[in-house]
Design a protein around this ligand. Structure first.
Ligand SMILES: [Mg+2]
Length: 224
């Protein structure tokens, strides 16, 4: 692996997922499983389908269908369950921390690696990351990061490379190609980071993107 001097991260799908302890019981009446691991798997399945279809950031239709199918909703209930999922999931439900990612972030920071977060969000992501025990900007109870950029706050969203400029001012002196950007969306994260001149890496825990022409990791621990 290339050596990096700094790492920027996406938030959704990297540190936090749509809360499976909410979505499990939500989808159970339509035949969905409540098993946490199945919901984690369903998120990445949904993201892979969303990326394959080239869906825009705010278009979650393909994701919803793939998600409910992945947790075992039978064919005749998929459309209805996907509608219920879409009606329930909101920015604040993206709050369930991925323990391995949280641990990897802490270890990177402990190793002296400058890190930050750049997220397409709704104005909530900095507080959600703090409440979920992932990180905060500056000193605090959790891992300290240099900056958390929220697309709603700065008014520009991935894949527009301009969103990264808001973070890169906190990484002065580090060349862009020496800064990795880790996300779970090919369209938003790989595309956006490439356009910004960063080094894109896809978090692909289930190898949904075998053969892709970009760097993939199965766990943030690989960054160490
Ligand atoms: Mg994401």
């Amino acid at each position: 692996m290339q050596n990096f001097d700094a790492v920027l991260f996406d938030a959704g799908g990297v540190f936090v997922l749509p809360d499976p302890t909410v979505l499990g019981p939500l989808l159970a009446p339509y035949g969905g499983a409540t098993d946490i691991d199945m919901h984690v798997r369903a998120h990445y399945r949904g993201m892979a389908v969303k990326s394959a279809k080239g869906s825009a950031e705010k278009s979650w239709h393909e994701y919803n269908l793939a998600y409910v199918e992945s947790v075992g909703v039978p064919a005749d209930e998929i459309a209805y369950a996907a509608h219920v999922l879409d009606s329930t999931r909101n920015a604040y439900v993206w709050r369930w921390p991925l323990a391995e990612s949280v641990a990897a972030l802490a270890a990177l920071v402990a190793a002296g690696v400058p890190v930050g977060v750049v997220s397409n969000a709704s104005g909530q992501i900095e507080e959600v990351l703090q409440r979920s025990g992932v990180c905060q900007v500056g000193h605090g109870a959790h891992t300290s990061v240099r900056v958390v950029i929220d697309s709603h706050v700065v008014g520009v969203a991935k894949p527009d490379p301009g969103i990264f400029d808001h973070a890169l001012v906190y990484f002065e002196g580090i060349e862009r190609h020496r800064i990795a950007y880790v996300g779970d969306s090919v369209t938003m994260d790989i595309g956006g980071a490439r356009a910004a001149g960063l080094y894109p890496i896809l978090l692909d825990p289930f190898d949904d993107h075998l053969g892709a022409d970009f760097h993939r990791i199965r766990s943030l621990l690989e960054l160490l």
